[in-house]
Design a binder for this molecule. Structure first.
Ligand code: HEC
Ligand code: HEC
Length: 344
């Protein structure tokens, strides 16, 4: 289901349609499409679609994956679990600027929220993985992250009769390496956060958004934020250089520059390109950016306008966009997604 793409290389049907409009009716603006009988203008279509209310995941595999996700015995030394860095009761991320992990190339990065991860077309800040099971294995075996080994991990789970029974019930082949990864991935696919107020608005519910949030959404589209942050996950489906209009220069203070997608492809145009992150639940997943350089959403929005669009927003415009971004907070198991506790 996932494909890698080069930086910025994405033509949505909307864009193709826009290009066609330009080539077929030169001189006419997008208003041309409001002529009688013509289809709605792409600019008027919503660039964002709602999260499904439920994920189709086998309940036994989901339950098993949930247990594995929170089990510290999956790490060498039994020191941490996936949930240590992706706590589900706290936004699905750890609240730190950068994760507590040993890593050189790339340097440690901000932990993305695990919520809605299956709705992104590619994984990690640099799109270095495409498949949840394959990604989980890499995390488990990474000495700087979970530092596990398969023989030790499988022996640990095998020694726990309740795991053996649960794997036997969920999978024909029982407890195997592949099924450990599949259970984790199944659970991750279940981590959807539907029912954000924006989604309710998109589903046609009146008054789901306040007038100010609607104005913020309008600005988000008219300034062009939605050309990058769009689709079902409001991001997660393309790569862009961080700093289209001005260079970001060095990374966060004291941090080496992160070359982003370049580590994955080695292609010059991918130097410091990053996956456009999802903005779902963004109000509760501070700090922001791959290196956690901004703690406030206001700061992140101003930076985006300046760096990606070459625009300076007024304070009022920033406030409106931030208010709109707050409407992207969804629900997990019927409760609003909450912010992480303060970083240690
Ligand atoms: C020490 C903290 C830490 C632990 C433990 C951890 N993660 Fe993560 N996780 C991160 C960081 C940091 C990233 C971003 C890595 C990057 O972009 O290079 C990430 C990224 C991810 C992503 C991709 C998210 C996205 O938006 O693309 C998934 C999926 C994920 N982790 C799942 C897991 C699973 C499953 C486990 C347990 C097996 C786990 N993580 C354990 C810190 C952690
Ligand atoms: C040219 C593409 C592009 C445009 C346009 C753009 N962004 Fe971004 N946005 C990105 C990329 C790429 C990142 C990740 C950069 C990084 O961390 O290195 C990002 C990150 C963010 C983040 C941080 C998310 C997080 O979880 O860390 C926010 C908030 C954000 N953008 C909001 C906006 C807003 C608001 C606008 C319009 C004013 C906008 N963006 C316009 C590409 C874009």
């Amino acid at each position: 289901m996932r494909r890698n793409r080069g930086a910025g290389a994405r033509l949505t049907p909307g864009w193709l349609y826009r290009l066609c409009l330009v080539c077929l009716v030169p001189g006419l603006s997008l208003a041309a499409s409001t002529l009688p009988g013509s289809p709605p203008a792409p600019a008027q279509r919503d660039p964002i679609s709602p999260v499904p209310l439920q994920a189709a995941v086998d309940p036994k595999r989901l339950a098993l994956g949930e247990r594995l996700f929170g089990d510290v015995r999956l790490s060498g030394g039994h020191a941490r679990s996936c949930a240590t860095c992706h706590p589900l009761d706290r936004g699905g991320m750890d609240g730190r600027p950068r994760a507590d992990m040993a890593s050189a190339n790339p340097p440690p990065r901000n932990t993305p929220t695990i919520f809605n991860v299956s709705l992104s077309a590619t994984l990690n800040w640099d799109g270095g993985a495409n498949d949840l099971a394959e990604h989980a294995e890499r995390v488990l075996l990474n000495p700087g992250l979970m530092n596990a080994t398969w023989p030790h991990l499988l022996a640990t789970l095998q020694a726990d009769a309740s795991y053996v029974t649960a794997f036997g019930a969920a999978y024909e082949a029982g407890l195997t390496q592949a099924n450990v990864l599949d259970a984790l991935a199944s659970f991750e696919r279940s981590l959807l956060t539907p029912n954000s107020r924006l989604d309710r608005h998109l589903r046609g519910e009146r008054n789901a958004l306040t007038a100010r949030e609607q104005e913020g959404y309008r600005l988000f589209r008219s300034y062009g934020c939605a050309t990058c942050h769009q689709g079902i996950n409001v991001g997660g489906n393309m790569y862009q250089r961080f700093g289209v209009f001005s260079e970001m220069g060095a990374g966060a203070p004291g941090m080496p520059v992160d070359l982003g997608r370049y580590y994955v492809t080695g292609a010059p145009q991918d130097h410091q390109a990053f996956r456009v992150p999802s903005l779902r639940n963004v109000a509760v997943t501070s700090p922001y950016f791959h290196d956690g350089r901004d703690r406030t959403l206001e700061g992140a929005v101003e930076r985006m306008a300046r760096v990606q669009l070459g625009r300076t927003l007024s304070q009022e415009e920033t406030r409106l966009i931030v208010q709109f971004l707050h409407s992207l907070t969804g629900e997990y198991r019927g409760r609003p997604v909450a912010a992480p506790r303060k970083a240690p």
